[in-house]
Structures are given as C-alpha cells and as structure tokens.
Design a binder for this molecule. Structure first.
Ligand code: IMP
Ligand code: MG
Length: 179
C-alpha cells in the first residue's frame, strides 16, 4: 500500500517490510558478534517494540533470556513529557548484560528513565537497541541508542509496532505522516 489513512491523516510508505527485514538481520549479526560468549538479557518495551523484538531475536544465533516492560509517554502524535509505568521490570538483572529493545527513541525520556531504573539493580552492562532513532529530537544525551536500525528526521511514523492512538501497529511497513 502506497498510503494509508487514519483519523483524517494520510501516511505514505516510508520503510518497506523488506528493508526492515534486511536491517533486522544485520543488527542481529552485529549483536551476535558483540555478545559472543555471553547470554544477554533482552527487555522488550511494550507495546511498540514487540514486532521488532520477536523478529530480531529469531534472527539472533546466540543464547539469551527475555522479559517485558511497558511504559507510556505518548498521547496521539505528541509526547506528554511524563512516563507512566504500566508493567514494571520483574526480573533480577544483577550482573547480567542487559539489552533494552525499543521501537523508537525520540526525546530519550523513556530510555533515560528505564536505564536509571535498571542501573540501580547493578547489571554488568546496559545497552539500548532501537529500530528507529530521531537524533535531532534527542534531549537526554545518555539515552542515544547503542544500536539503531534507521535514523529518521523529525516526523511522525506508524506501522511495524508504531501506533497512532493504539492502531496501525500491525502494518508490515513503516509509514510517515504526510505534511
Ligand atoms: P521518547 O521517550 O521521547 O524517546 O519517546 C519514545 C516513545 O514515544 C516511543 O517508545 C514511542 O512509543 C513514542 N514515539 C515517539 N515517536 C513516535 C512516532 O513517530 N510514532 C509513534 N510513536 C512514537
Ligand atoms: Mg514505545
């Protein structure tokens, strides 16, 4: 589909499912090299990262463990600037190599918050992998992703996990809001 409509807004195809799949395989290979001999613990940030998380980990040829957390900071197409913890982290990550899997890093507030919660548990390392990254919008400098699938500009995107008020997550491609 070249374009889709939600709530009187038009979104155009931006990153195809094929391009996403190719990049996900590259990222999995990079993680396998960087974490060879380790058994990292991956934390999926629900809901947005769920498609990226399952594709990434099925492409990963090393042992790992997984868990889930859920945060909320967005309302429609704008960040609220506050984090609500819907599902807290419920695993012990002391001495573990932790990799947070996120859909998109914008201001960095979510990753800044989650990293500070995790650091208190004294893991061996904490890194962030994000499918998308908007570097021009980064406010919390410690939240820049260690691995990013695609750097994009200041725009609102949906699909492959990313939503507009809860819908459009199941689109296989990523779409950008038409100006
Ligand atoms: P941050 O905390 O400002 O970095 O924002 C990150 C969160 O905002 C992400 O986990 C997404 O849930 C949401 N978000 C940021 N940009 C977009 C977008 O373009 N489309 C959909 N959700 C977004
Ligand atoms: Mg998110």
């Amino acid at each position: 589909m070249a374009s889709v409509n939600y709530q009187s807004m038009t979104f155009d195809t931006y990153i195809s499912a094929d391009r996403i799949a190719g990049r996900v395989r590259e990222l999995a290979q990079q993680l396998a090299n960087d974490y060879a001999g380790c058994t990292p613990h991956f934390i999926c940030v629900l809901n947005g990262a769920v498609f990226f998380f399952t594709d990434l980990l099925r492409a990963l040829p090393i042992d790992c463990t997984i868990s889930f957390t859920q945060l909320r900071s967005y309302n429609g197409t704008e960040s609220t600037g506050e984090i609500e913890v819907v599902k807290p982290i419920d695993v012990d990550v002391r001495d573990r190599d932790v990799i947070i899997v996120e859909d998109i890093v914008e201001t960095g507030l979510s990753m800044h918050y989650l990293k500070s919660v995790l650091e208190a548990q004294k893991p061996r390392s904490v890194r962030v992998i994000s499918l998308l990254y908007k570097p021009s919008e980064l406010h919390y400098k410690d939240a820049a992703p260690d691995y990013a699938g695609f750097e994009i500009s200041r725009e609102f995107v949906i699909g492959y996990g990313l939503d507009i008020n809860g819908i459009a997550r199941n689109l296989p491609d990523i779409y950008t809001l038409r100006k």
